[in-house]
Design a protein around this ligand. Structure first.
Ligand code: SAM
Ligand code: DTB
Ligand code: SF4
Length: 334
């Protein structure tokens, strides 16, 4: 099982001609282009597939906060660290729907519900499916991020109409055990395969600024681009250092390296939405502008992510005005 999953993407693509899949070497060459050449190329690719001034807007809600059994070194919600976060139980369906209505009024077109779980329990599946159905009925796209899923759980969410499942690979296969020890990189790929097989769209990306090397970042993107189908949505998070977590004092990522990584994601996954995700409160308008120029075309809106701060509505409205950006309209459901 393990080996076949690890090679799944490569086998698929090796049989396809011409092979569109990037190797680490090819991706590294692109990454190391002079900055202006890299951004020009990313912007060209971006314009072939998207309106360069339209940004997709998603809203997050933590439907079950804290007390998580996993030991992810970056996370405020892991029970392995003392981050001062108060744990809570799974929210009632009606409360989730009330929050989703507000998010819609704020302009979000996708509603992402996150839970601090290693995996969902079967006893919670009916309530989770009801959340998906209720949010869909409001006319928003739905996304969930709940940890690992079995094929059966994935099928149940597909039946409920779940549009996207977020499950990040976070970093390279090499660096993964330095950040998380309670599950493996392979476990992540397995859930991604289960979600894909159920017919749900995939949202998968990672975090920069955890002490990884540039090579680790390139390797993470090459893994994503070589999946049997690349993720439709690729969130690139900048680490929000959480006091008390293992990565509280990690060295911040160089902003130019961050922009280069966004540009590489755009070039390697031309049709995917690349999301400038967590960490925007730590970025200047100028850095965000460069990220949009490099091909990022999605953000989280609203004052909170799951537990951490995010620029609020007013700040983002001002940013959009400054840059002449507009919200991306929802594509009609197929
Ligand atoms: N428990 C689920 C899981 O791990 O898949 C879902 C929630 S988890 C918080 C979703 C993602 O948020 C993580 O995979 C990670 O990429 C990102 N994330 C969590 N804490 C972060 C932080 N402090 N800074 C940046 N990104 C973070
Ligand atoms: C993703 O890549 N980033 C989001 C979403 N997927 C679930 C989460 C960011 C979390 C930031 C830290 C926090 O709010 O606790
Ligand atoms: Fe749990 Fe997800 Fe946080 Fe890891 S990232 S500790 S799985 S909530």
């Amino acid at each position: 099982m393990t080996a076949s999953l690890a090679t799944r993407g490569r086998t698929f693509h090796d049989n396809a001609a011409p092979c569109p899949c990037p190797s680490i070497d090819a991706a590294t060459t692109i990454y190391n282009l002079p900055f202006n050449d890299l951004l020009f190329r990313a912007q060209q690719v971006h314009r072939e597939h998207f309106d360069p001034n339209a940004i997709q807007m998603s809203r997050l809600l933590s439907i079950k906060t804290g007390g998580c059994a996993e030991d992810c070194g970056y996370c405020s919600q892991s029970a392995h660290y003392s981050t001062g976060l108060k744990a809570s139980k799974l929210m009632e369906v009606e409360r989730v729907l009330a929050e989703a209505r507000q998010a819609k009024e704020g302009g979000a077109t996708r509603y992402c519900m996150g839970a601090a779980w290693r995996n969902p329990k079967d006893r919670d599946m009916d309530a989770l499916a009801a959340m998906v159905e209720g949010v869909r009925a409001l006319g928003m796209e739905t996304c969930m991020t709940l940890g690992m899923l079995t094929p059966e759980q994935s099928a149940k969410f597909a039946e409920a109409g779940l549009d996207y499942y977020n499950h990040n690979i976070d970093t390279s296969e090499r660096f993964y055990p330095e950040i998380i020890t309670t599950r493996t990189f392979e476990d992540r790929l397995e859930t991604l395969a289960n979600v894909r097989e159920a017919g749900i769209k995939v949202c998968a990306g990672g975090i920069l600024g955890m002490g990884e090397t540039v090579e680790d970042r390139i390797s993470m993107l090459v893994t994503l681009a070589n999946l049997p189908m690349p993720p439709e949505s690729v969130p690139i998070n900048m680490l929000i250092p959480i006091p008390g977590s293992k990565l509280a004092d990690a060295e911040p990522v160089d902003p130019i390296d961050f922009v280069r990584t966004i540009a590489l994601a755009r070039i390697l996954m031309p049709r995917s939405h690349v999301r400038l995700s967590a960490g925007r409160t730590g970025m200047s308008d100028e850095m965000q502008a460069l990220c949009f120029f490099a091909g990022a075309n999605s953000i989280f809106v609203g004052e909170t992510l799951l537990t951490a701060n995010n620029p609020g509505e007013d700040q983002d409205a001002a940013l959009f005005r400054r840059l002449g950006l507009k919200p991306m309209a929802l594509e009609p459901a197929s």
